[in-house]
Design a protein around this ligand. Structure first.
Ligand code: SF4
Length: 223
């Protein structure tokens, strides 16, 4: 089965407890205003088999504290998501956190089909004008669901407001020189980052800038 994937990375430390394997799906039909992951919106790119994904994450499974699946929108590829989750669960008992921009009520039947494979789910779209005070969430309308006993143990602790000690970003450097960020930026973080870099003579362009400059959906350069 083919799954459209934007990125895989290890370790990610900002999207759940510990050092985690991060998997970002490619393709998102929700298109929230202000989304910082516009490079993951386009569909039909980054096709890989589930076997290839499992081979890629296999060397990290022992060391990882958990797995986070984000996007893009994982539930836009429901069959592939269900199959991937089953494969991951067959290989590890580490916790699995999934992000979705759909309201929980809309995806509840699919979540039911993932029973026992999703330990925690964060649902609902990013709302640009909502407050940003909650751990692991980009806007306060988003809800945390602990779906298994492991999910309760690992994620109930995040049903709280943000602390100063919560990390915001993991910064990744790609071989060809591109830099990307994993995590949940606060409003204005990108503007502050650009200001800091500009003082050092660097120009930072985000996917949001690319999108408005081109007047169309940003094409993922990594696919
Ligand atoms: S669901 Fe996530 S990836 Fe999709 S537009 Fe909203 S914030 Fe962006």
């Amino acid at each position: 089965m083919i799954l459209y994937l934007s990125r895989i990375h290890f370790p990610v430390t900002t999207l759940g407890p510990g050092r985690r394997i991060g998997l970002w799906f490619q393709g998102c039909s929700i298109r929230c205003k202000g989304c910082v992951s516009a490079d993951t919106w386009g569909t039909g790119k980054g096709g890989v088999s589930i076997n290839e994904i499992m081979a890629a994450i296999d060397p990290w499974l022992d060391e990882a504290d958990g797995i986070t699946i984000s996007g893009g929108e994982p539930f836009d590829q429901p069959e592939a998501l269900i199959n991937l989750l089953a494969e991951i669960r067959s290989k590890t008992n580490k916790d699995i956190l999934v992000y979705s921009g759909h309201p929980f009520e809309k995806i509840a039947p699919l979540v039911d089909q993932c029973k026992g494979t999703i330990d925690a789910l964060i649902s609902d779209p990013y709302e640009e004008n909502a407050s940003q005070t909650l751990a692991l969430r980009g806007s306060d309308n988003q809800r945390l669901h602990c779906l298994t006993p492991l999910g309760e143990t690992r994620f109930r602790q995040f049903d709280r407001t943000l602390k100063l000690s919560d990390k915001t970003f993991d910064i990744m450097f790609e071989e060809e020189g591109a830099i990307w960020l994993a995590g949940i930026p606060r409003r204005d973080d990108m503007r502050r980052l650009k200001t800091v870099l500009a003082k050092e003579g660097h120009i930072a362009v985000t996917t949001q800038d690319e999108r408005s400059a081109r007047g169309r959906t940003y094409d993922n350069p990594y696919s």
